[in-house]
Ligand binder design. Structure first.
Ligand code: SAJ
Length: 428
């Protein structure tokens, strides 16, 4: 049945979700405090990058099914998809969730459904949202239904994953879960699993925490491997042939606004019981320093005092333009604090916001004493040694993502150093 849906928050989850409901026949009002974003959306323009968003947004706006506004309005369903970041002290900042919930209170009516999509510390729906929603004077669970339906999509593949991924829906009661399931069924092809709101919150947070802990383990293995002369990439790959082992890959740190954030939600709730979680977070946060210190070490080995470093890759992961919490930015800070010069280059990032950033690859590597790969973009993986050979001052590359085909580059005369892979000279 056709419904009116008010989506609060038109970011990288709220906007694609609005678009999906609109092109599947619902009347969607997208709400955002950012007037520029609202204007752009109504003009069918993108304020965020996502594969397949442009054409779908065009279709949704042209059909009149999606309208953006700065103010909520009455609707059958309210979906909240606002940021839930952490503060400097690593505690959850739920201000946006609270503000969005308050903003819809004047518009909710008997029979409506409120869904939280933002990732939050377990118990947020019960302890933070419900007290605010009670101000509507509707009986919660009887006249107003509430659930948590966390997004689980990966940037770059949002539209594919919105449809194909299984979805977790946790209502404050069975009716809330059921209504939420019926709504998402309009485009979700994966299985929709029903549970309670707090369990759904827990599920979402532990998915990302699992990855963070696993990556920290991989990073630890990389550092250990360097000490004992083992190639961690090969060792992890071989270990993963075991049917019950799935070790993730090391790197210069963990970025993005999810995996580097969500584990703190659990740490905050139970600081004394979340030791591995906190240790993993700190291990991953330490990796950019480790990377910068290695760069300094490699320069010193060549008797280069400060040197010039060409940094390739500024986004937090491959093939996207998102720099939020990117480890590359931390590597830059650390290099700068050491007085080491750098030039930063990322072909996926169009706006040049950093000091010493260039969109010209030749300029980035010209005269460099070392080239450092920080993100495994396909464009880097596909580079040919002949494209770089004459530009650098040395032939040293530090690959923190195992992006380059080692033999090819070594055959071409480069010295490739790799995170997690140090050759140790042993006495016979
Ligand atoms: N990374 C590693 N080693 C790995 C995998 C990732 O160092 O083996 C690093 C990446 O380079 C990156 C960071 O971790 O800096 C995070 O990247 P990611 O691809 O693992 O995750 P996100 O943040 O893009 O998206 C995650 C996804 N969660 C899971 O896969 C469990 C996505 O499904 C969620 O929707 C998203 O978080 C979210 O919004 O919570």
């Amino acid at each position: 049945m056709k419904k009116s849906i008010c989506v609060v928050g038109l970011g990288y989850i709220g906007l694609p979700t609005s678009v999906m409901f609109a092109i599947n026949g619902h009347d969607v009002r997208g709400v955002d405090v950012n007037t520029r974003a609202v204007d752009m959306i109504n003009n069918k323009q993108l304020h965020i990058e996502e594969n397949g968003l442009e054409e779908r947004l065009g279709e949704a706006v042209e059909s009149g099914k999606l309208v953006a506004s700065t103010e909520p309005a009455e609707a059958d369903v309210f979906i909240i998809a606002v940021p839930s970041p952490i503060r400097e002290d690593k505690t959850a900042n739920l201000e946006y969730v609270q503000q969005a919930t308050k903003a819809i209170v004047p518009f909710v009516k008997k029979g409506d459904l409120v869904i939280l999509e933002s990732t939050v510390p377990p118990r947020t729906v019960e302890d933070v949202m419900l007290p605010i929603l009670k101000e509507s004077n509707l009986i919660i669970g009887e006249e107003l239904f509430v659930s948590h339906s966390p997004e689980r999509v990966i940037p770059g593949k949002v539209f594919q994953e919105l449809v194909d991924n299984d979805r977790i829906v946790g209502g404050i009661n069975d009716k809330s879960s059921q209504l939420t399931k019926e709504l998402y069924e309009v485009f979700v092809k994966g299985t929709i699993h029903l549970t309670d709101a707090t369990t759904a919150e827990m599920v979402k947070v532990i998915e990302n925490t699992y990855r963070d802990v696993n990556i920290a383990f991989a990073n630890e293995l990389a550092m250990i491997s360097e000490q004992i002369g083992v190639n961690a990439w090969e060792a992890i790959q071989l270990a993963n042939y075991h049917p019950r082992v799935n070790i993730h890959t090391p790197g210069p740190g963990v970025g993005g606004h999810c995996i580097a954030v969500d584990p703190w939600f659990l740490a905050e709730l139970e600081p004394n019981l979340s030791k591995i979680i906190q240790l993993s977070r700190n291990t991953n946060d330490f990796m950019p320093m480790y990377t910068a210190d290695k760069i300094e070490e490699f320069l010193k080995e060549e008797d280069i005092d400060k040197g010039k470093v060409a940094l390739f890759g500024l986004s937090f992961k491959a093939n996207i333009d998102d720099q939020r919490e990117s480890p590359s930015l931390e590597v830059i800070k650390r290099l700068a604090s050491k007085g080491i010069e750098y030039t930063a280059y990322d072909p996926h990032i169009k706006e040049l916001t950093l000091r010493n950033q260039t969109d010209n690859r030749e300029e980035a590597i010209r005269g460099a004493d070392i080239l450092v790969i920080l993100t495994d973009h396909d464009v880097f993986k596909n580079m040919e040694p002949s494209e770089l050979a004459e530009e650098m001052r040395t032939n040293i590359i530090y690959d923190t993502k195992n992006a380059l085909e080692l033999e090819k580059w070594e055959r071409a005369g480069f010295t490739v150093k790799r995170l997690g892979d140090t050759k140790i000279e042993r006495a016979d």
